[in-house]
Structures are given as C-alpha cells and as structure tokens.
Design a protein around this ligand. Structure first.
Ligand SMILES: NC(=O)c1ccc[n+]([C@@H]2O[C@H](COP(=O)([O-])OP(=O)(O)OC[C@H]3O[C@@H](n4cnc5c(N)ncnc54)[C@H](OP(=O)(O)O)[C@@H]3O)[C@@H](O)[C@H]2O)c1
Length: 265
C-alpha cells in the first residue's frame, strides 16, 4: 500500500532514542525527509550520520537542544522549513520514564518530567501548527506511556505528565480538526529496549530473581504473551501519519500486545 509519505517532511523530537529512531527509519523507508532533535550533540550527530549513510544526507537533518527551550524549538522548525519548505509530520518521542513515589519524588524531578513531556510536547506542537493549519494538512503523533491510564504508586511523575500529554493531544485535536490537522496518541507498553531493561533489572534486584524470570513476567503480562519490538511502534506511528489514516484524529492507539483493558477514545 502506498502510504503517501514520499517527499513529506517529518520532525521527530527524541529521534535519537529507541522509538524515535525506529520511527525516523520507517519514515525514511517510505520516502519521507526526517529532522531529529535531542539534547545530546553526540546522539544527534551519530543518528544523522547513521541515517544519512543509509538514506542519503539530503534527506536527514538534526539539531541538539532541550525541548523545554521554546526558542530553540522555534528556530529548529524555521531551519527545517527553510531547508525543506514545510513540515508535514510531527512525531513527538522526547522524554523518558523515571520512577518515583509520593515519598521520593522531588520538585526537581517533577519539573524535569513536566519540561520534557508537557512543555516539550506543547512547544513542538505550537511551532509546527501554524504551517500545518495554513496548508490544511498536518499529522501529529505523540508517544504517551500507559502510566497516564494505569497510574501506579512508583510511577507518580510519569502518571501525571502522561495524562497531561494525552489531554493536550485530545484538546488540541478538537480545535484544529477543521483545518485537517490530525493529532493522535500512541501508547506503547513492554517494548524491548533500555527502558524495559531498566525495569526488568529493578525487578531482579527487588525480588532476587534471574533475568529470564523477570523478563517472562513482562512478556506474559499481555495477551500476545511476548515483548514488543520498537519497529511495531514505529510502523503504527507511520500509519497514523499517513494518508491511510486520514479519518483518524483525537484517538489513542495502544500498541501493547493487548495489555490495555479500558476504552480510551
Ligand atoms: N520504550 C517504551 O517501552 C515506552 C513505553 C511507553 C512510553 N514510552 C515513551 O515514549 C517516548 C520515547 O521512549 P524511548 O523508549 O524511545 O525513550 P529513549 O530511548 O530514552 O529516547 C528518548 C529520547 O528523548 C530525548 N530526550 C530526552 N529528554 C529530552 C529533552 N529534555 N529534550 C530533548 N530531547 C530529549 C533523548 O535524547 P537525548 O538524551 O540526547 O536528549 C532520546 O532521543 C518517551 O516519552 C517514553 O516515556 C516509551
């Protein structure tokens, strides 16, 4: 199926990380142009070099800055528009999941979460929206962890910010739908990679169990009975950003092997 993404321009904040880079690669596979950003200059350079070697340097660009910096985000968006003429797609994948309880959570940690998830998402959306509304075509996807819907005591900061990200997407999607700008959430769970590895190791330490037992406890937590792969999240993001999803907005798609149990949208 032709997803209609050839020549489309995509911004991927967090495009140097597990899910962001997998999505960047999938977009490039479909013929899109990709701009990634994250804080760490070395991460950005190595991602741009790696993707540039695979897909050609003319289709990849990058910048290093913190997504909490509104003017840096605005400048990067302008630079992408100057180089490629427009931005058609935003896939927001910046941030990570830190764990804290009501006893351990500090203001500094909460502020970090708010900056990278709430302000970062808001800055990116606000920077790309005017251009998308003007041309009556925009596709935005935000990765939001399930702690927003399944609050747990040790995931207090991500529970708060994830619920906020999802509410932001739903709220904005209502307001811009008549301009044919579509915003959707992807909610992944139990994807193989560093984040899950950290959780598996935490459980090994806490319960004195080996890696196989700890890993299996997560694999069997969903009906499909296995861990997900980054590419399975990426292909859903690319679908939602494509013409094939032209009647989908304001929705949350769980890519979690069937783990989630509540209707969302
Ligand atoms: N992996 C999963 O299983 C899973 C499940 C549910 C939800 N999610 C969510 O999906 C998103 C991506 O997850 P992931 O597994 O791909 O995480 P990841 O591998 O840790 O990647 C996170 C990316 O965000 C960048 N980043 C972090 N803070 C930033 C900031 N303040 N400003 C700019 N860039 C920043 C990181 O690069 P730098 O370090 O260079 O800044 C990296 O590129 C996160 O929001 C995560 O909570 C992931």
């Amino acid at each position: 199926m032709d997803l209609g993404l050839k020549g489309k321009v995509a911004l991927v904040p967090g495009g140097t990380g597990l899910l962001g880079k997998a999505t960047a690669r999938r977009l490039l596979d479909e013929g899109a142009i990709v701009a990634v950003c994250s804080r760490n200059r070395a991460n950005v350079d190595s991602t741009v070099n790696e993707l540039g070697e695979e897909y050609g340097p003319a289709r990849v660009m990058g910048a290093a800055f913190n997504v909490d910096n509104r003017s840096a985000m605005n400048n990067f968006v302008k630079a992408i528009q100057q180089r490629f003429g427009t931005i058609d797609i935003l896939i927001y994948s910046a941030g990570t999941g830190r764990r804290s309880t009501v006893e351990s959570l500090t203001d500094e940690e909460m502020q970090l979460h708010i900056n990278e998830k709430i302000f970062g998402t808001l800055h990116a959306i606000q920077a790309v929206l005017p251009g998308m509304r003007e041309k009556k075509d925009g596709r935005i996807v935000v990765f939001v962890g399930q702690a927003g819907w399944h609050p747990q005591s040790d995931r207090l900061p991500s529970g708060i910010t994830n619920a906020g990200q999802a509410a932001m997407v739903k709220s904005i999607s209502d307001g811009v739908a008549r301009d044919n700008v579509r915003l959707n959430v992807i909610s992944p769970q139990y994807v193989e990679g560093p984040l899950l590895n950290f959780i598996i190791e935490e459980q090994m330490r806490k319960h004195g169990i080996d890696r196989k037992t700890s890993t299996f406890s997560y694999a069997r937590a969903n009906p499909l009975g296995r861990l997900g792969q980054p590419d399975e999240i990426a292909s859903t993001a690319v679908f939602l950003a494509s013409d094939a999803a032209s009647f989908i907005t304001g929705s949350t798609v769980c890519v979690d092997g069937g783990y989630h149990r509540y209707p969302l949208s």
